[in-house]
Write a protein that binds this ligand. Structure first.
Ligand code: NAP
Length: 308
């Protein structure tokens, strides 16, 4: 049986691992289906304190992992698909059926890309449809690219993709943006980006070619329908929290985010939350790291109070 199991290896999970390992709790960390979390598919991180010149997301998260391993954290591949938090020790079941027991649990499973749910969308992932510019931008050198969304992710992706694409269309369903001013300004000042506002995507075409060839757009103010040729279609419309194994056990809000019961505590004593799986307000690398630290400290105190 483990003292602490940490689910997730984004900023939150890795920071929790550093703190729990330094407290001599020998945490076991499951990497989940997206090792490194959202930072592993981002480009330059300019706002993480301590890096005046910025740092690449994957490097930052890899450094955190190495730091946790230096103090004895054990990392394992695998994703928890079932959890029994109704009795202690808690039990966790992996995809391959292996079961683990733990006295405390830190849920830092983050959030995964949200999709538009268009008829062809899932079928064309990897064939022109993507949620990760860093991963797939390279395939669209001199091609026509479209990015969907009006938040910082969409701005970041659109800017990044101008390195590759002939032109990038940024399609957003409103006129106002959720993105920060600085990110929006960069987009507006980028001559390779065309802003298409008040517009939704109604269909992605593949004309039986097996890859994206174009899209059908509707302007929701004028109702005008247009068709645009597109090779790369990048969806950047936010995320969905990864809480499926905990439904019916942890208190969740209507969108599936964990509800905090003060600090890093959940409704179940001994189960703590960290990062984007609970935070729908700040969602930054640094706030996730802070939350990971809080969760590990809470776990340590919880075990101590139990007489360890
Ligand atoms: P977000 O801020 O929630 O923005 C999502 C965008 O997608 C919104 O503009 C939203 O439109 C649009 N959208 C949602 N569902 C849609 C749908 N079904 N169809 C069309 N459009 C849809 O998400 P995010 O951009 O991923 O950012 C998440 C957090 O990470 C934010 O806190 C952000 O600041 C942070 N972040 C920071 C950086 C950075 O600083 N370098 C980079 C990336 C992300 P509406 O506005 O109309 O709702």
């Amino acid at each position: 049986m483990r003292n602490v199991v940490i689910l997730g290896t984004g900023c939150a999970g890795n920071t929790a691992a550093i703190y729990a390992a330094r407290a001599n709790l020998k945490p076991l960390v499951f990497e989940g289906h997206e090792p490194g979390g959202q930072l592993s598919i981002t480009t330059e991180v300019e706002n993480f304190p301590g890096f005046p010149e910025g740092i690449q997301g994957p490097e930052l998260v890899e450094n955190m992992k190495k730091q946790a391993q230096r103090f004895g954290a054990e990392y394992r591949h695998g994703r928890v698909v079932e959890a029994n938090l109704r009795q202690r020790p808690f039990t966790l079941k992996l995809e391959d059926g292996e079961v683990f027991e733990t006295r405390t649990l830190i849920v830092a499973t983050g959030a995964s890309a949200r999709w538009l749910n268009l008829p062809n969308e899932q079928k064309l992932i990897g064939y022109g449809v993507s949620s990760c510019a860093t991963c797939d931008g390279f395939f669209f050198r001199d091609k026509q690219i479209m990015v969907i969304g009006g938040g910082d992710s969409a701005m970041e992706e659109a800017n990044f993709l101008t390195r590759f694409g002939r032109q990038v269309m940024l399609v957003h369903r409103r006129e106002a943006f959720r993105a920060s001013k600085i990110m929006l300004e960069r987009v507006k000042n980028n001559p390779k980006i065309e802003l298409v506002l008040n517009t939704i995507v109604e269909d992605i075409y593949d004309v039986e070619k097996g890859h994206v060839t174009g899209v059908k757009l509707r302007n929701i103010v004028t109702n005008e329908v247009t068709e645009r040729p597109v090779d790369g279609f990048f969806v950047a419309i936010g995320h969905i929290p990864n809480t499926l194994p905990f439904v019916g056990q942890l208190d969740l809000d209507p969108d599936g985010y964990i509800l905090s019961h003060g600090g890093a505590r959940t409704n179940i004593a001994g189960v703590f939350h960290a990062g984007d799986v609970q935070d729908r307000t700040y969602r930054q690398a640094i706030t996730a790291a802070g939350a990971g630290c809080m969760a590990a400290i809470e776990a340590e105190r919880f075990l101590e109070a139990e007489g360890d």
